[in-house]
Design a protein around this ligand. Structure first.
Ligand code: FAD
Length: 255
């Protein structure tokens, strides 16, 4: 694990969608799918991102352009440098091949779940987005079941709607998910109702990344070191999951 930011050169950039780019750089540490790294842009900020690609000693982060930090990152070119430290946190637990699994990614949550899908063979893989142009990694995962809210491609509806239908037909024993918390909470309820194991990656505002500042607290669990991936039993004891979060300035708000 790298404890201090290490400057790495961006060696490739891939346009994934109009608002999402993947940045590739050299990375040699051990990484479990679902863990995250802190990315530093000097004189700007430091923010958490999961690795979405690992190929030998090249890793990638897939970044949705949102506010100041991600806009600055999107303006970077091949050869520019960024700082990275980590990886941090607890990733997804891989399942035995004999366990019937389903992986669900919503929006940019696909970035977190992609490296898991690379390793978890034979899983059903569902991706949901608002519209066809926001779908990610369609050439990378050819068998993915796609859903769009507006019906522009694949199943018209949410990942939760499709998952509910598939649970009726397949005997899933384990479900993994990353995406908007509303989606994760519904998947958690669905899994509880059907007695299916689940692991979901929970997002909170992260500052230090290693458990000191308490910023990313969710019912006493620090997302940065106790998570970001939690199982059904953990989530049952986290009443703030799906309900409240702490903002950048420290106030608790409902989601
Ligand atoms: C464990 C983890 C993994 C993540 N992985 C990815 C990823 O692979 N790809 C990706 O595009 N995004 C990822 N994110 C979210 C990413 O960190 C934010 O989108 C980014 O920090 C936004 O910064 P901004 O200045 O561009 O936008 P802002 O305008 O500052 O914020 C936009 C949104 O991002 C959230 N955000 C801002 N700063 C942070 C922070 N320090 N920690 C957590 N959330 C923040 C805000 O609450 C808001 O909802 C991840 C977040 C977490 C917690």
């Amino acid at each position: 694990m790298i404890e201090q930011p290490q400057m790495v050169k961006i060696c490739n950039i891939k346009d994934e969608t109009p608002n999402v780019k993947t940045f590739f750089f050299e990375f040699t540490g051990h990484y479990d799918p679902g863990q995250f790294i802190m990315v530093w842009i000097p004189l700007n900020d430091e923010k958490p991102f999961t690795l979405s690609y690992i190929n030998g000693n090249i890793a990638g982060i897939t970044v949705l352009r949102r506010g100041d930090f991600t806009k600055t990152l999107h303006a970077k070119k091949i050869g520019d440098q960024i700082g990275i430290r980590g990886p941090y946190g607890k990733g997804y637990g891989l399942s035995e091949k004999s366990v019937t699994t389903c992986i669900v990614g919503g929006g940019i949550g696909m970035a977190s779940i992609a490296c898991l899908a690379d390793r978890q063979e034979n899983a059903t893989f569902i991706q949901g987005a608002r519209t066809v142009t926001e779908l990610l990694f369609r050439h990378r995962f050819k068998e993915m079941k796609l859903c769009t809210d507006d019906g522009s491609l694949g199943y018209k509806g949410t990942t939760v709607d499709l998952l509910r239908e598939l649970i009726g037909k397949h005997n899933y024993q384990k479900i993994y998910a990353c995406g908007p918390e509303k989606m994760l909470h519904k998947i958690f309820e669905l899994c509880s109702e059907h007695h299916i194991d689940c692991e979901v990656s929970v997002e909170r505002y992260i500052k230090c990344g290693f458990g000191i500042c308490g910023q990313c607290d969710c019912s006493g669990q620090r997302i940065c070191i106790d998570g970001p991936v939690f199982n059904k039993e953990d989530l049952r004891n986290m009443p703030d999951f799906g309900k409240t979060a702490i903002t950048k300035s420290g106030s608790r708000v409902s989601l």
